[in-house]
Ligand binder design. Structure first.
Ligand SMILES: Cc1cc2nc3c(=O)[nH]c(=O)nc-3n(C[C@H](O)[C@H](O)[C@H](O)COP(=O)(O)OP(=O)(O)OC[C@H]3O[C@@H](n4cnc5c(N)ncnc54)[C@H](O)[C@@H]3O)c2cc1C
Ligand SMILES: *[C@@H]1O[C@H](CO)[C@@H](O)[C@H](O)[C@H]1NC(C)=O
Ligand SMILES: *[C@@H]1O[C@H](CO)[C@@H](O)[C@H](O)[C@H]1NC(C)=O
Ligand SMILES: *[C@@H]1O[C@H](CO)[C@@H](O)[C@H](O)[C@H]1NC(C)=O
Ligand SMILES: *[C@@H]1O[C@H](CO)[C@@H](O)[C@H](O)[C@H]1NC(C)=O
Ligand SMILES: *[C@@H]1O[C@H](CO)[C@@H](O)[C@H](O)[C@H]1NC(C)=O
Ligand SMILES: *[C@@H]1O[C@H](CO)[C@@H](O)[C@H](O)[C@H]1NC(C)=O
Ligand SMILES: *[C@@H]1O[C@H](CO)[C@@H](O)[C@H](O)[C@H]1NC(C)=O
Length: 599
């Protein structure tokens, strides 16, 4: 053992990695040209104690971090920082974390009493540059027992799937680059698929939108410039404001480049590794391999009809409920006409790319949103309904400026796809309003209600009610094709909360998860990328049981040794895996939530 490895052993002991102390990390480090970093929390600069040892506060660094704690660049460009604090904090052990409270900026100094601990952040990060880096990591995990792998791209995940105590993390954010194709032919396929863009895993949506725009094209992506489009988003389903007309991200992707756990770089499309291609179109990230890039079909850049209506934030909860009822009543007509976007307790933001809505100077659009406009104006709100030059005009003006400081939340969500049939009767809508009353009783505010209206509503069949079940070639829960909204509730928890406070809040959240399942019907489903990590019947909810069995077979084919694991991902074994150190931060609270679920 050289000086370097004894340093590493000491570093490992410091971070509490007893079992990892024999692992020859420096061998891996030299294979990957020194791109393996030990994870030391940046927030350590603000604490007087680190892993139980005295630590000197570095005021200059700490002040910078406090001022920028919610900023996307700080959180995405540093591997050990995540957009969502949920990935960094050990939910089951409030003493095991190293985060700041950023309710307002600058973030507050930690109390002198608290010590900085690693929490759920991985122990090592490998900055992936090539397929060979990923193969090296997989081989290393095979050769060294106890090396557990996690995969992180941007760290937006709500489900703690991109971190994990003690793991070696493959960090793909630095995979940057895009190519535009006038007429893309997937490798080995006979037919071309039309215009498409190959986007590497780390590219943010904002960059992809602008690149598409420069090629007179429109690419579908999330409604937040910081979320990338070629990894977690697309493999989980990938909702977008044009999904009603153009489909979800998983509907539109035509090829992946991926390194599977056998260390082989593969192309997955309809012709090659088609089982893997199917699994990646909705079966979730982090379970089948490490994606290097994905190729997505694009549409021509066209004018877009846009409705952006806001109520003042000071409305009462009853007014918010009346507003949501109005939205639910009008939503079916909007859906059939091809509108999509978001609705909330104080707003609606909807988009439509169809010529019927964009070739009349906005007359039809204004008529469609007249009732919503009147409601908002009467309460002192605002309404803007117009045909705009392009999607990126709207996005860069109205969304990008809001997005620069979206990180640093300890925030959980629950979601359920709400079937189209529920919008067809007054009873169905009343059921939703009733649910919202119950949510209010459990500490949720209807004014912060937020729901994407981004199902592939008219994409595959403009009559979802009567459409025969069809094979859409994707592996998402097929509830997506039968729904109009996916209803979300979210819960922010103070970072300094006690275990009991976390447990109460998350038991309430999971009670709502179960309630939503009950009212929306058993053959429904939820969106894994925006789901409650403590969802009890997750296989059914996130994947659908038929899909899950198929996905598991494919998982076992490409990853027979189960090198890739994540919380409630395909292949996650609740009994056995919960005992792994990497899932310790979820294990205790999950068990206690189940015990506490209200009838
Ligand atoms: C502010 C905000 C806005 C959002 N908006 C939308 C939206 O409009 N539409 C929508 O559908 N979703 C949205 N989401 C949810 C988003 O899709 C998920 O958080 C998603 O998991 C982010 O994926 P990621 O690539 O950033 O990867 P991470 O969060 O880093 O990881 C997510 C999962 O993907 C895996 N993964 C990461 N990189 C790779 C890779 N290279 N290969 C294989 N697996 C990988 C991880 O292991 C993990 O399981 C939003 C989330 C936030 C926080
Ligand atoms: C890997 O090597 C680089 C360059 O020598 C070094 O900076 C880094 O700390 C090493 N990583 C680990 C885990 O020791
Ligand atoms: C950090 O915060 C300072 C002070 O608010 C600001 O001037 C600077 O631009 C921020 N830096 C980043 C990277 O966000
Ligand atoms: C320090 O923390 C402990 C529990 O973690 C608490 O009981 C005690 O009151 C705290 N002391 C101070 C000075 O904040
Ligand atoms: C869907 O069908 C309805 C009639 O059922 C029609 O009014 C509407 O224009 C159609 N939408 C699209 C996008 O074709
Ligand atoms: C839209 O407005 C323009 C300019 O204001 C006008 O020339 C055009 O005729 C209008 N088109 C329709 C369909 O009303
Ligand atoms: C609420 O806000 C609106 C618009 O900002 C304002 O006109 C109205 O007076 C406010 N109402 C109350 C009750 O504060
Ligand atoms: C949880 O729900 C109960 C009602 O069941 C409510 O009284 C309580 O305030 C809620 N607590 C939190 C933290 O949301």
């Amino acid at each position: 053992m050289g000086a370097k490895s004894s340093f590493l052993t000491a570093a490992a002991a410091m971070t509490g990695l007893a079992s990892a102390s024999e692992v020859p990390w420096d061998t891996l480090n030299s294979t990957v040209s020194g791109r393996l970093q030990p994870a030391i929390p940046i927030e350590k600069a603000c604490f007087t104690s680190y892993n139980g040892h005295p630590n000197t506060v570095d005021t200059e660094t700490c002040d910078f971090i406090r001022a920028n704690y919610t900023s996307n660049s700080l959180r995405i460009d540093n591997p050990q920082v995540y957009m969502q604090l949920t990935n960094q904090i050990c939910v089951s052990d409030p003493s095991d974390q190293c985060v700041l409270d950023a309710k307002s900026l600058p973030a507050t100094m930690p109390s002198s009493n608290s010590t900085c601990r690693t929490g759920n952040v991985p122990s090592y990060f490998l900055e992936v540059k090539t397929a060979a880096d990923v193969s090296a990591a997989f081989n290393f995990a095979k050769e060294n027992q106890g090396v557990e792998i996690s995969v992180k791209n941007s760290g937006h995940d709500f489900m703690t799937r991109s971190s994990g105590k003690g793991t070696l993390n493959l960090w793909t954010h630095k995979l940057q680059g895009m190519t535009y194709h006038d007429n893309f032919k997937p490798q080995g396929c006979e037919k071309s698929v039309g215009a498409a863009m190959t986007v590497m895993a780390g590219v943010s949506t904002g960059d992809a939108y602008n690149f598409a725009d420069a090629h007179n094209a429109l690419i579908m992506g999330p409604y937040a410039p910081s979320v990338p489009i070629s990894a977690g988003w697309v493999t989980g389903g990938g909702h977008n404001v044009f999904a009603p007309v153009f489909g979800l991200g998983a509907d539109r992707v035509v090829e992946f480049s991926i390194v599977t756990p056998d260390g082989v770089e593969r192309v997955a499309n309809e012709q090659q590794n088609s089982d893997l291609f199917w699994a990646l179109r909705g079966g979730g990230g982090g379970a089948f391999g490490v994606i290097l890039s994905a190729t997505h079909r694009v549409e021509p850049r066209t004018p877009i009809a846009y409705a952006d209506i806001h109520l003042p934030s000071n409305i009462s909860t009853d007014q918010a409920l009346d507003w949501v009822k109005l939205l639910a009543e009008d939503s079916l007509a909007w859906g059939y006409a091809g509108w999509g976007g978001h609705v909330g307790g104080t707003f609606v933001t909807h988009f439509n790319p169809l010529p019927a809505l964009t070739n009349d100077n906005g007359t039809a659009a204004r008529a469609a949103f007249q009732r919503a406009t009147d409601f908002a104006i009467a309460l002192g709100g605002t309404s803007h309904v117009a045909v705009e030059e392009s999607f990126s005009t709207i996005f860069n003006r109205d969304m990008v400026p809001k997005d620069t400081k979206m990180g640093g939340n300890f925030h959980f969500t629950t979601t359920r796809l709400m079937p189209t049939s529920m919008f067809e009767s007054a009873e169905g809508i009343e059921t939703l309003i009733q649910y919202m009353h119950e949510a209010i009783d459990m500490g949720f505010d209807p004014r912060s209600f937020y729901t994407p209206v981004t199902t592939p509503f008219v994409y595959k069949a403009n009559d979802t009610k009567n459409a025969e079940p069809k094979d859409y070639g994707t592996s998402m829960t097929q509830a997506w094709y039968k729904a109009l909204w996916h209803v979300e509730s979210s819960k922010a928890i103070p970072v300094g909360s006690t275990y009991q406070e976390r447990l109460t809040a998350l038991t309430n959240l999971t009670t709502l998860t179960v309630k939503l399942e009950n009212i929306m019907g058993a053959d429904g489903g939820s969106y894994m990328n925006e789901a409650d990590p403590y969802t009890p019947d997750w296989k059914e909810s996130f994947y659908g049981l038929d899909n899950y069995e198929k996905l598991l077979k494919i998982k076992n084919k490409y990853d027979p040794q189960s090198l890739l694991k994540c919380w409630k991902c395909v292949g996650f074994d609740e009994e056995k895996d919960s005992d792994l150190e990497r899932f310790a931060c979820n294990k205790k609270i999950q068990a206690d939530i189940i015990k506490g679920l209200k009838a």
